[in-house]
Write a protein that binds this ligand. Structure first.
Ligand SMILES: C[S@@+](CC[C@H](N)C(=O)[O-])C[C@H]1O[C@@H](n2cnc3c(N)ncnc32)[C@H](O)[C@@H]1O
Length: 339
C-alpha cells in the first residue's frame, strides 16, 4: 500500500515538474520587452495573448496566456513592423544601393542595414527596441571554433566549411560597397563592417527571417529576395511536431501565423521551421531538436564507396545516381573506378 502510494506520488511529482519545465519564466515586465511592445503598438500591433518567456528546454520563446484552438491566429504582425529590403531601400542606404554596380544581393543589403543600425547609429536607430533584443552571438557552425567543427562527422563538417566559405565570400565581395558608405559614418567603415559584425548580421538573417516574396527590381542582384525580419514573431521557437500556416496576408497587410495544432494555456507556442533533420537545423539555426521525426543519418563518401562493391553489376548506375544527387564529395585521392 505504502509502496504504491510512493510510486504514484513520484509519478505525479515527475509529471508536475515536467509540466513546470514546459512553462516559461515570464519576461514581459523587463524594460527591454516593455519598450519593444510599445514600439510594436505604435506600428499597429495589438496583442494580449503572447508573452516573451524563458523556457528551460528551448531558451527564450513565446508563451500563450490563453488556450489556442486549432486554426486560431497565433500572431498577426503589421507590415510596418517588418524589416525587408524595402525598408533598406527607403533608408539612407537606398541611394548608395541604387547607384552601386554590379548590384548587391538582397541578403547583403539586409546585413549592411543591420550592421549600420546596430553598430553605428546606436541611439538614433528607429529599430533600436528590436535590435537591443537580438542575440549577441549565434551557434551556427560559421560562428564555431575550427576545433569544434573538426569534431563534426564528415558530412556535417563539409557543409559547415561550405557555409563558412559562402559567408566569407559574401563579406569579401561586399567590401567595395561597404567602402562606398564612408560618407555616412564618422568611424572608419572598415571597423564598422568587419567580419565579425558581418557574420553576426548574416546569422541574424539566416536564423530569424520569415519567407516573404518581393518583386525582383533592378536595385538588387538576381538572388532570391524572400527575407523579412519580423520583430517579436521571431521569438517563436521550432517544434517539428506542430503544424502552422504562415504567410503575408495581402488583404490585412499583416504577416500571419495560424496554428493547426492548437496550444495549451501558459505553454510555449511553437511553430515549425520546416521538415528539417538535425543536421539542417544545426547548420541553419544552430540547434538540434529532441525526438525529431525528420532525423536522418548522413553517410560520408568513403563509407558509401566501401559498400558499393567492385563486382556489383549495378555499380556504375548506383554511383551515377549518388553523384547526380550530390551525395559524393570526391577528393583528389579518390576515384570511382566505374569501369
Ligand atoms: C527565430 S529564433 C527563435 C527565438 C530565439 N529563441 C530567441 O531567443 O531569440 C530561432 C533561434 O531560436 C533557437 N531555437 C529555436 N527553436 C529551438 C528549439 N526547439 N530548441 C532550442 N533552440 C531553439 C535557435 O537558436 C534558433 O536559431
Amino acid at each position: 500500500m505504502k509502496k504504491s502510494k510512493g510510486r504514484t506520488c513520484r509519478k505525479r511529482r515527475r509529471k508536475q515538474s515536467r509540466s513546470l519545465s514546459l512553462c516559461g519564466v515570464n519576461l514581459s515586465h523587463k524594460h527591454e520587452y516593455v519598450l519593444l511592445k510599445k514600439w510594436l503598438k505604435e506600428r499597429g500591433y495589438e496583442d494580449n495573448t503572447l508573452r516573451p518567456a524563458q523556457f528551460s528546454e528551448t531558451g527564450r520563446g513565446l508563451m500563450t496566456t490563453k488556450a489556442l484552438q486549432a486554426q486560431e491566429l497565433i500572431i498577426s504582425l503589421p507590415e510596418k513592423c517588418l524589416l525587408t529590403t524595402d525598408t533598406v531601400l527607403s533608408s539612407y542606404l537606398g541611394e548608395y544601393i541604387i547607384k552601386w554596380r554590379p548590384p548587391i544581393s538582397p541578403l547583403a543589403a539586409l546585413c549592411t542595414f543591420l550592421i549600420a543600425e546596430k553598430c553605428a547609429c546606436k541611439e538614433e536607430s528607429l529599430w533600436k527596441p528590436y535590435l537591443d533584443l537580438l542575440p549577441e552571438t549565434y551557434t551556427c557552425p560559421v560562428c564555431l571554433e575550427q576545433e569544434t567543427v573538426n569534431l563534426f562527422p564528415e558530412p556535417l563538417r563539409r557543409k559547415a566549411l561550405e557555409q563558412r566559405r559562402r559567408v566569407q565570400e559574401l563579406f569579401v565581395s561586399s567590401q567595395p560597397f561597404f567602402f562606398s558608405l564612408q560618407p555616412l559614418f564618422s568611424e572608419d567603415v572598415a571597423s564598422v563592417f568587419n567580419y565579425s559584425s558581418f557574420r553576426w548580421a548574416w546569422c541574424t538573417v539566416n536564423t530569424r527571417t520569415v519567407y516573404m516574396k518581393h518583386a525582383q527590381g533592378d536595385c538588387f542582384s538576381r538572388e532570391s529576395n524572400t527575407y523579412a525580419l519580423a520583430p517579436y514573431l521571431d521569438l517563436l521557437n521550432h517544434n517539428p511536431a506542430v503544424q502552422v500556416k504562415a504567410a503575408f496576408n495581402e488583404k490585412t497587410k499583416c504577416y500571419e501565423i495560424r496554428t493547426l495544432s492548437g496550444c495549451q494555456k501558459y505553454k510555449e507556442v511553437f511553430i515549425c521551421y520546416g521538415p528539417h533533420d538535425n543536421q539542417r537545423l544545426l547548420l541553419e539555426y544552430g540547434f538540434v531538436a529532441n525526438s525529431n521525426p525528420h532525423s536522418s543519418v548522413h553517410v560520408g563518401t568513403e563509407t558509401l564507396l566501401k559498400y558499393i562493391l567492385p563486382e556489383d553489376k549495378q555499380r556504375h548506375t548506383k554511383l551515377s545516381i549518388l553523384q547526380e544527387n550530390n551525395f559524393l564529395e570526391l577528393s583528389t585521392h579518390m576515384h570511382l573506378g566505374t569501369q
